[in-house]
Write a new protein. Structure first.
Length: 379
């Protein structure tokens, strides 16, 4: 049965939340944990195992790799620098980093376009991980590079060069952007350029510590410090049984997707951010101005400056971000008025096998997670 802590059940149906969590585990997820807040009421739950070999259970206080949720932290740090006058959102990136994005392209791509993924810069990932070369053409990819690069120490400038020199995926500021980690590695370099410190130091001091997050930080090596789950990567059924990638050098994404956090810290962060306590009201309004982009999953979504909206028909809008790395996934969203929050972490990724056309097949985990999200967000 799920391991649950509850402070009040007036608005949070803990029985439904417990059942929804357990259903995700029964559908095939090794383990997951979550925190849901409604006002001052808090529910925390966990279901399944942190280690399939030993049966060690997951708990709701575990630290977890949260992937591209990191981008909200990075974007907030950039907007803080914009508030101080060190960065202009609509200035060309070439004026700050002419060697990394040279020539006319550097003049055409603005800081804002990097944050909202409308730069047209390609994703570097398939070039850094050769077996993913056909990504996002999933049927032609393979997981071999994941093992090859478990302890590789990537140079972020070299990764940026891979993305900048790859064929463009759009025109700067075009009507449809394309999600690309190259954008955020450039923002990391921009933070270092204008602050004179590392991006990790800048984000830690100005965002993480400002929010009072106790269990959030960047990795100092390939291991996750503190209580955590193993992280199982299935790579579309090509790794069977799924393999543990909890020990991994995260320089392949750096401060664009390497953050380690807890579901409690994520809810605290997004609550404070949407209350205007991490960046000012005008910056928060900029973060919530969306454009249309194509996500890494090939879906067209609305995306702001490190934030995107989630809503069901006829329901309230939530703002937040999701993230995945090898074996780990997380989603953190907060209702626009801050009155309800959800953070969920799962310890397996890419569970959908491919059909004969190379498209991911539906999996019971998909429906079970969607049901959990509905219960957590809308009751």
């Amino acid at each position: 049965m799920p391991n649950t802590t509850e402070l009040n059940t007036t608005e949070l149906n803990t029985d439904e939340l417990d059942a929804a969590m357990e259903n995700v585990h029964r559908a095939g997820m090794p383990g997951l944990f979550a925190e849901v807040r409604a006002g001052d009421q808090v529910w925390r739950g966990a279901a399944g195992v942190a280690d399939v070999a030993t049966g060690r259970p997951v708990t709701a206080d575990m630290r977890h790799r949260v992937g591209s949720i990191t981008k909200t932290f990075t974007a907030a740090a950039v907007l803080q620098q914009a508030e101080s006058g060190r960065i202009r959102l609509d200035a060309p990136i070439g004026r700050y980093l002419p060697k990394l994005v040279p020539g006319a392209r550097g003049e055409a791509i603005t800081v804002r376009m990097l944050i909202n993924h409308t730069s047209g810069l390609a994703e570097y990932l398939p070039y850094a991980f050769p077996s993913l070369k056909a990504f996002p053409a999933l049927a032609d990819t393979g997981p071999e590079s994941l093992d090859d690069h478990r302890f590789t120490r990537f140079d972020p400038v070299e990764l940026i060069e891979l993305g900048v020199t790859a064929p463009a995926v759009g025109t700067p500021g075009g009507p449809l952007g394309v999600y690309s980690n190259t954008n955020y590695l450039l923002l990391v370099q921009l933070l270092e350029h204008v602050t004179g410190s590392t991006a990790e130091q800048c984000i830690t001091q100005n965002v993480i510590e400002r929010a009072g997050l106790r269990d959030t930080g960047f990795p100092t090596g390939p291991h996750i410090e503190g209580p955590h789950s193993q992280l199982y990567e299935a790579w579309l059924g090509m790794i069977d049984p799924p393999r543990d990638y909890s020990v991994y050098d995260m320089s392949w994404v750096g401060p664009s997707a390497s953050l380690i956090s807890t579901v409690t810290d994520l809810n605290r962060f997004y609550g404070l951010l949407l209350a205007g306590e991490i960046v000012g009201p005008s910056s928060l309004a900029e973060m919530r101005r969306t454009v249309r982009i194509v996500s890494q999953e090939g879906k067209t979504i609305d995306y702001g400056l490190g934030l995107y909206p989630t809503e069901a028909p006829g329901q309230d809008t939530f703002w937040g971000h999701g993230g995945t790395v090898w074996g780990a996934g997380a989603l953190a969203v907060t209702r626009a008025d801050g009155g309800r929050q959800m953070s969920v972490a799962v310890n397996m990724q890419r569970w959908n096998k491919l059909d004969s056309t190379g498209r991911p097949q539906p999996h019971p985990i998909d429906d079970a997670l969607a049901a959990l999200y509905r219960v957590a967000m809308y009751g």
